[in-house]
Design a protein around this ligand. Structure first.
Ligand SMILES: O=C(O)CCC(=O)C(=O)O
Ligand SMILES: [Fe+2]
Length: 251
């Protein structure tokens, strides 16, 4: 397996972990699922998912029996930008997607750095209302979409906008931030062939995909950083980069 920056620069295992810290994303190439698991082995633990096949591992492919309200991933439809498991209490920290079969047409992966959204909200002085833009999840507590933890240094974003959960402004003053979140910047799209894919910091980088035609398959890996790891703070959020150039997920 090769670990790469989004511009294709090769990374060592250690630098790839750093890439998840500094950019929130690492690309993989010529990878097998066992290699992805072994990259995660000594510093993360599997995050359990109701649709998994083994701890932390879910096969993402059109599956008619799972096409329920929460099953859009198991169709060939587009998936708008989201945080995995945004509607439950605790999200996986690391989400990996290894594509095993490329669609005949479409199916591009979409990625957007949530750090860029937070910076934009900050520039427009909208973050004072962040506590009041919540993810409306019927029957569950409504967590804020953007949250800052630990002495205002660790940020996180929790986003989805579909039948299960959507952002909601609890006060009138929070509406401009809600509007900003409803109109996210255009994501960067990436075409991954079999053996390629990405690992993202799920509390930072939003992901989705375009609709597709043909057989498209992926293996998704969900993980939480082990408490003993130096990177355990990623389970709470990420540090906003000081310099954020174009904001696009590139090198
Ligand atoms: O199909 C993909 O590329 C991503 C799927 C996904 O994000 C999901 O099912 O949550
Ligand atoms: Fe997802």
């Amino acid at each position: 397996m090769r670990l790469l920056t989004p511009t294709g620069r090769r990374l060592s295992t250690a630098k790839a972990k750093e890439g998840l810290v500094t950019r929130g994303v690492v690309f993989i190439d010529q990878a097998t699922i066992d290699e992805v698991r072994s990259f995660l082995l000594d510093w993360t633990e599997p995050y359990r998912h109701p649709h998994e096949s083994s701890p932390g591992i879910t096969f993402i492919e059109p599956t008619p029996s799972r096409e329920g309200e929460n099953g859009k991933g198991f169709t060939c439809r587009s998936l708008p930008l989201h945080t995995d498991r945004a509607h439950v209490t605790t999200q996986p920290t690391i989400v990996g997607c290894l594509y095993t079969t490329q669609a005949r047409k479409g199916g591009e992966s979409l990625l957007l750095d949530g750090g860029r959204v937070i910076k934009e909200a900050s520039k427009k002085r909208l973050l004072a209302h962040a506590d009041n833009v919540v993810l409306l999840v019927p029957g569950r507590p409504w967590p804020p979409v953007i949250k800052v933890a630990r002495d205002s240094t660790l940020w996180r974003i929790r986003y989805r906008s579909d039948a299960l959960a959507r952002p909601h402004a609890a006060t009138v003053r929070a509406r401009p931030l809600l509007n900003l979140l409803r109109r996210l910047p255009a994501p960067v799209d990436h075409t991954f062939a079999g053996g390629q894919g990405y690992l993202i910091h799920n509390l930072r980088v939003l992901h989705g995909r375009r609709s597709f035609i043909g057989d498209r398959r992926a293996v998704r890996v969900l993980a939480t950083v082990a408490r003993s790891s130096d990177y355990a703070y990623l389970n709470e959020g990420f540090h906003l980069p000081v310099e954020h150039h174009s904001g696009e997920i590139r090198g």
